[in-house]
Design a protein around this ligand. Structure first.
Ligand code: ADP
Ligand code: ZN
Ligand code: ZN
Length: 755
């Protein structure tokens, strides 16, 4: 009789014991069909049952349950990947079965039989225009969800993929079926190519030979010890991508190993992918969030079989089923998007390090602006460091000028210029005009989409807020809507203040739409493009805008943080930061770090060609160290000021944090439960060695309601990682959450945001 441990996709922090079929060996990492609580589920075998732990039988019954079927004729997980997932489950205190499921393509995680036949995707399109509110009131009487779908579609330009839209709005497919029956929308089917990146012709760029600095980095990385981690700190434009390509060429083509290349989701553009495909052709598999289940499954299988040997992708590509892994490269390692926002809340950079170690591969973390966590590890000599100090071709980093917009606002301004001056200082205005005269291009960054930040009453200070979230609504101009960026709730702006009745509502704060409009009025002949979440919802919209900029069809590109990365256009000679303070005032200990990163990254977009370039940063806080050090592109100067500030109060990298959010639909119960959890935690903290753990809170979250759920949280601050793991696990397995009002606990270790 052989007993094995099986991780099932249920919120359990332990595996379950099952009886292996006598005639068939059951390997570690194999998918198996089992029955739990009367339901058939697909689990993954994590190993043989240790002799002393037969107590953990399903449902604590004495009878041993058999494995019903072994699937796939071989393990889907290699043993080192099972180890990585077990580490992840342990460290992030996540149910092991859910971790393993997240590591598999959904075609293998959900159903017993993979059904990779989804080659088509449904597109919703407006069939009947309802331009007036009266028409919409009539069409959607008592159907608010239909109205929501309609209005979102209208905002997105009339059509959108059904799955994305429904997921965004949290609406069931029945809603769109009903709308199609009414004739207001049309459901079309779009054929999907199995590998959407394969359809683009590869633009062959002439081969380049590495510079001396690049060659030194390539040499160091290809001779680095197995399991070592190296920070590749290279200023923007220093040619990090060529270093990655050459390292991969040596490790994959010459040594016959495999590799994972992680890039932030937003940087996973066809342009990026082309650079890898140009060198490695069909050895590359791209893992992208917009792949259908079938496409994802195909990519996974090609990697598993060894047909493709380099996985390029965002976050989840860290689980690529590769054997003989030789390198894991994480580009833009500081990016917050490497953190998964829902359970299991892992940080892909940190999983990458663990995975590389388990496989005996090298790990490379590349960036121009390292995270302070990584920097501390370099200072502690846990990670090696390589530097690319100069731009390729000797181009200087562009000079950066600061414009204090407090002073600018006080200066004399003609009434006609007032709206312009709220967006563009005289300096920025003049710089843009010069670019237009010379036929050069400009990029303007404002990290806030929409038209204005919020709508406020000038008489009573009332602010238009989301009825379901504690957050102000963002004013959008085309079409005119107030939208909550947390839950996508939308409403029409009122003409008078609902609180005092005065017609004194004003738009406050700037958004990208307003910048776009002001630019259009100021420079009527200029060709302006805007890039933010609202203009890039279509699959290729993002790439299309960039292609237009590359072909010289855009004079001014306005956008959110999306435009700060990876863009490399030699004719862009001006970068303007419209308001550097947008992120600086957030109640987040990383506010300065994020601002430094954003300003440095976007500054790096200027002057990439022989014409050079300049950067103008508008701010009300010109003395803030995030701004002053970004001006000289000096990361180590920033870190030297910022690191001591993280010591008291202590924040990462000085300590480790976990954020524990308790949410539910009733405010009183959420508060009560959070306070009880805090008392539980106070006792637990008293039992670990003094100073190892500290409890902060509980208190309401900074955003204390999202989508009708009230939110409280407490933060654990740890000087010992092990104490944090143990206490959190004990809390999550024993603290009794009342089964009422949808109460939930979310545990987030190494959070990227505490809001
Ligand atoms: P980073 O990612 O470090 O900001 P990139 O990898 O995008 O920089 O490189 C910046 C530019 O320099 C790109 O246009 C790239 O093609 C070019 N480049 C990189 N290395 C070389 C080289 N050795 N010779 C010529 N051009 C290079
Ligand atoms: Zn009012
Ligand atoms: Zn909301």
């Amino acid at each position: 009789m052989t007993l094995v441990e099986v991780a099932v996709p249920l919120p359990l922090f332990h595996t379950l014991t099952f009886l292996a079929p006598p005639e068939q060996p059951v390997e570690r990492g194999a998918r198996v069909l089992v029955s739990v609580r009367g339901r058939r589920v697909v689990g993954v075998v994590t190993g043989p049952t240790p002799p002393d732990s037969r107590s953990r039988l399903p449902e604590r019954t004495a009878a041993l349950r058999p494995i019903l079927r072994v699937l796939d004729g071989g393990p889907v997980f290699r043993t080192d990947l099972v180890d990585v997932c077990s580490w992840l489950a342990d460290y992030y205190v996540s149910p092991i079965g859910l971790v393993l499921r997240a590591a598999l393509p959904s075609a293998l995680g959900a159903a017993a039989k993979p059904d990779p036949a989804t080659r088509r995707r449904r597109i919703l399109a407006i069939a009947q225009e309802l331009p007036t509110l009266t028409a919409r009131d009539g069409a959607f009487k008592r159907a608010p969800q239909q109205r929501q779908v309609y209005e979102r579609l209208a905002e997105l330009g009339g059509s959108a993929p059904a799955d994305l839209l429904l997921a965004q709005l949290g609406v069931s497919p029945a809603v769109v079926t009903a709308m199609a029956k009414k004739g207001v929308i049309r459901i079309a089917h779009e054929e999907l190519s199995r590998d959407p990146f394969a359809t683009r012709p590869i633009s062959a760029s002439p081969p380049v030979s590495p510079t001396a600095a690049q060659r030194a980095a390539i040499e160091a990385l290809t001779t680095a010890d197995a399991g070592s981690v190296t920070l590749l700190h290279g200023v923007t434009g220093s040619g990090k991508t060529l270093v990655y390509l050459e390292v991969l060429r040596e490790i994959v083509l010459n040594r016959g190993r495999t590799a994972i290349m992680l890039v932030p989701e937003i940087a996973l553009t066809p342009q990026t992918v082309d650079r890898f495909r140009a060198v490695f052709g069909d050895s590359v598999a791209v893992l992208h969030s917009s792949l259908s289940d079938g496409e994802r499954y195909d990519a996974w299988r090609a990697l598993k079989s060894g047909e493709r040997r380099i996985a390029v992708g965002a976050r989840s590509a860290v689980f690529a089923p590769l054997e003989n892994l030789g390198a894991v490269i994480v580009d833009e390692e500081h990016e917050a998007s490497y953190k998964q926002g829902e359970a299991p809340r892992y940080h892909a950079r940190d999983v990458a390090i663990v995975r590389a170690r388990a496989a005996g591969a090298i790990c490379v973390l590349g960036t121009a602006t390292p995270s302070l966590e990584t920097w501390q590890n370099v200072l502690d000599r846990k990670y090696a460091k390589l530097e690319l100090k100069d731009r390729v071709g000797g181009g200087a980093l562009p000079p950066v000028r600061v414009v204090d917009i407090r002073a600018a606002a006080r200066g004399p301004v003609a009434a006609a210029d007032r709206t312009v001056r709220q967006v563009l200082s005289a300096e920025l205005d003049a710089a843009i005009s010069t670019r237009l005269e010379r036929g050069e291009q400009s990029i303007l960054l404002l990290n806030r989409r929409g038209y204005s930040a919020f709508v406020q009453c000038g008489a009573c200070e009332w602010v238009a807020a989301c009825p379901r979230c504690s957050i102000s609504l963002t004013y959008h101009r085309t079409p005119e809507r107030l939208i909550c960026h947390y839950c996508l709730h939308g409403e029409s702006p009122a003409s008078a203040c609902p609180q005092c009745g005065e017609a004194t509502l004003r738009q406050r704060g700037l958004g990208t739409q307003q910048v776009e409009r002001v630019l259009g009025e100021r420079y009527p002949a200029a060709r302006i493009a805007r890039m933010d979440v609202d203009t890039t919802s279509g699959k290729w919209a993002h790439a299309d805008i960039l292609d237009r900029v590359g072909r010289g069809e855009v004079d001014i590109l306005v956008g959110t943080q999306m435009i700060a990365k990876g863009l490399d256009f030699p004719n862009v000679t001006l970068v303007g930061v419209v308001d550097a303070d947008v992120g600086l005032n957030l109640p987040d200990f990383r506010a300065a770090e994020r601002t430094f990163q954003l300003v440095s990254q976007v500054a790096g977009r200027a002057g990439r060609g022989p014409k050079g370039g300049e950067v103008i940063v508008q701010t009300r806080q010109p003395k803030n160290h995030a701004i002053t050090t970004a001006l000289t592109h000096d990361f180590s100067a920033f870190a030297a000021i910022e690191l001591p500030m993280r010591q008291s109060p202590a924040y990462p990298p000085t300590v480790r944090l976990a954020n524990v959010v308790i949410s539910g639909t009733r405010e009183d119960l959420v508060a009560e439960t959070a306070i009880a959890a805090g008392q539980w935690m106070t006792k637990a903290v008293a039992q670990v060695p003094a100073g190892a753990l500290e409890l902060i809170g509980p208190a309401p979250c900074a955003i204390d309601r999202i989508q009708d759920r009230w939110r409280w949280h407490f933060v654990l601050r740890a000087t010992r990682a092990g104490a944090l793991t143990a206490v959190a696990r004990h809390f999550l397995t024993t603290f009794e959450l009342p089964n009422r009002a949808g109460l939930r606990v979310a545990f987030d270790r190494d959070p990227v945001s505490l809001l």
